[in-house]
Every structure is written in C-alpha cells, then in structure tokens.
Design a protein around this ligand. Structure first.
Ligand SMILES: Cc1cc2nc3c(=O)[nH]c(=O)nc-3n(C[C@H](O)[C@H](O)[C@H](O)COP(=O)(O)O)c2cc1C
Length: 329
C-alpha cells in the first residue's frame, strides 16, 4: 500500500486551524469552571461549560466576559498560538427556568459555539446563526438525532454508552453507522474517549471532534473536589453503577460516592425502595454528593493541569497517527 493516510474534517477552517487535537472538553454540571474553559482553549481544544454552573445570570455574564477577554488577549500576545473557540451548554427544556435569560446573555456575548441539550434548539439556532456561530446538539437516540438534524443544527454530538453523566445506551460503532445514513454535517463522538489514540479512532469512525468529559474531571482547573478527583483515580470499571435512582434519568456514578452518602448500594441494585430523602433531587444536591464518571474512568491516573493533559493527548494522538502513516516509496 502506498500514499499518505488523510483524515477529512467538516469543521470550518477558522476552527480547525486553532486545534492542536480535535477535542472538546465537554460541559459538566458543577465540574466545568471558567479556568477549565480558558485553559482548554489556550491549549488548542474547544472548552465548554453548562450555563447553569454560573449560579446567577450576573455570574454567567462575568464568566463570559472573562473568557472572551482572556482568549482574545492570549491571541493578541501570541498571534501564532492556537487558541480554540469556546462553547456554552444550554439546557433547552422547560425545566430550565433560566433558559430565556441565558439565551439573552448568549445574544450579548456571542459564544462561537452553543451546545444544546434536550428540547428543540430552533430558537437558539436563529440567534447563534445571526452572529455567525455554530450550534451543536447532544443526542443519545436515533429519534433525537433525526429531530435535531431537521432543525438545522450544525453539529450532532452522539452521546454513546459508557459516557459520564446521562449516558445513552447505544454503542459508538452502531450510533456512528446509523447517523451516517441521514446526516452529513459535523459529527462529534462522546463516551469513554480518554486518550489521544481514542481521539484518532473516533476520526477513523468519521467523527470531526471527540467530546471528553470524564478525563477532564481530574483537571487541576476543574471545580471537582479533591476527594472526587482521588476517587476517580482510584476507581476502575467495576466501580461504576448505571442507575436512574437519583435524577429519574439513567446516568453512570461512582459506587463509592453513593456508599459515602450513606445509601445502601445493594438496595439500589435490587431496585428495592431506597431512602433518598437525604438528597434533594430537585436541585444540584444529587450531583454534589453523588459523583458521576463514565467508563473511561479506568484510564484516569493522575490530577494534571489542562495544559499537561492536552500535551499528553497530542503526543498519544501523533504516535497513533504515525502507525497509520504509509510513506510513498
Ligand atoms: C460530572 C458530569 C456532569 C455532566 N454534566 C453535563 C451537563 O451539565 N450538560 C451536558 O450536556 N452534559 C453533561 N455531562 C456529559 C458530558 O458533557 C459528556 O457528554 C460526557 O462526559 C462524555 O462522556 P465521557 O465522560 O465518557 O467522556 C456530564 C458528565 C459528567 C461526568
């Protein structure tokens, strides 16, 4: 075999040229901080956060202003440095009482990418497209992928089995293959992507970007507590449980955090009635005390700065690519 292995990306050039590896550090409730976003972008990966991590609209405005300022300052100081665009995640659902106001803030600060979860993203698309931004929607079923595709989003994030947070149940190969039948836009894979080799594998599957959550919980810049980070490092695959007991929607959690919160794991497994009265499930308490992680947890071995993580990802990615590079004779 001769020639050079080439990956084709559907990302617009102005984004692709600012990436050191095709990765988004995924939005995580109570975990993604403005520092995590800024350091991600300054390292050449797209940084994102859920708008609700900012407890009030005023704080959200402060964060957006700061992210914008620090990223343009970094680019001004070093024009040749890769500074990736940033993204905010909006929950487009009537349960999100801040939705309308947060959308106004999006209009004002014009984040280059908006990631929508749940609900119909049409109103978001209209606003974000008016200033030249992109909208990506996360989906975990074919039905939702089709619906989102019909609204005119720019990208679909396929949240597959084993992901952290509210993971889907579809295998990545199956989801990628099924969506390819009706979708030709930007495609992003989520679920258990932990290393640079995994990022390259997702590109081989036809993806334009890899969406990595769990890996970034252990970043120095994340809001996760030291205990959460330690538990993440110590945990292996068997230490996870997939349950709808805490939010009504299935998600992957660290078993030891459940035990630590005084909840009987055996009862949870057997679906016996469990006393969850100590957890107020209507707000952030469930996520504050019960810690989520995806199956990629097995590969997390240290607390590192985002800069160190991205350098490692880039090195693994380049080494994996070398294996596929076939020099022409
Ligand atoms: C602790 C935690 C909180 C999360 N919170 C959100 C959220 O607020 N909004 C969202 O769209 N996804 C959320 N997710 C899902 C991630 O954005 C992403 O889809 C997932 O982490 C990817 O899988 P991985 O963890 O295997 O990399 C969360 C994931 C984790 C681990």
């Amino acid at each position: 075999m001769e020639g050079v292995f080439q990956l084709i990306s559907k990302l617009p050039d102005h984004i692709a040229k600012e990436l050191s590896v095709p990765v988004i550090s995924a939005p995580m409730f109570l975990v993604s901080s403005p520092e995590l976003v800024i350091e991600s972008c300054k390292s050449g990966i797209i940084g994102s956060f859920p708008s609700l991590n900012a407890r009030t609209e005023a704080i959200l405005e402060e964060w957006m202003e700061r992210i914008q300022f620090e990223l343009s300052e970094a680019k001004e100081k070093e024009p040749n440095r890769k500074v990736a665009p940033w993204a905010v995640n909006l929950i487009v659902h009537k349960s999100n009482k801040r939705y309308e106001k947060d959308l106004e803030i999006v209009k004002k600060y014009e984040p280059p990418i908006v990631i929508t979860s749940l609900g119909n993203p049409s109103a978001v698309i209209e606003i974000v497209h008016s200033y030249g931004g992109l909208v990506f929607s996360d989906v975990s079923t074919i039905l939702h992928a089709r619906k989102a595709a019909e609204t005119g989003v720019d990208g679909l994030i396929l949240v597959c089995s084993g992901a952290g947070g509210h993971a889907g149940t579809i295998n990545s190969f199956a989801f990628a293959g099924a969506v390819r039948e009706f979708w030709d836009g930007i495609t992003i894979l989520a679920g258990c992507i932990s290393s640079g080799r995994d990022v390259l594998a997702s590109e081989v599957l036809g993806m334009d970007l890899a969406y990595m959550g769990t890996r970034f919980i252990s970043a120095k810049e994340s809001f996760a507590s030291d205990e959460y980070k330690e538990m993440l490092i110590e945990s292996v695959l068997d230490d996870l449980i997939y349950t709808d007991a805490f939010t009504g929607v299935n998600a992957n959690y660290l078993k030891n955090s459940i035990i630590k919160a005084g909840i009987d794991l055996e009862k949870l497994k057997s679906k016996e009635k469990v006393d969850l009265s100590s957890l107020d499930q209507s707000d952030s308490k469930a996520w504050k005390d019960i810690w989520s992680a995806g199956q990629g947890v097995h590969q997390i071995q240290a607390v590192q700065s985002v800069k160190e993580m991205v350098a490692e990802l880039q090195d693994e990615y380049d080494r994996a690519k070398e294996k596929l590079f076939v020099p022409s004779s």
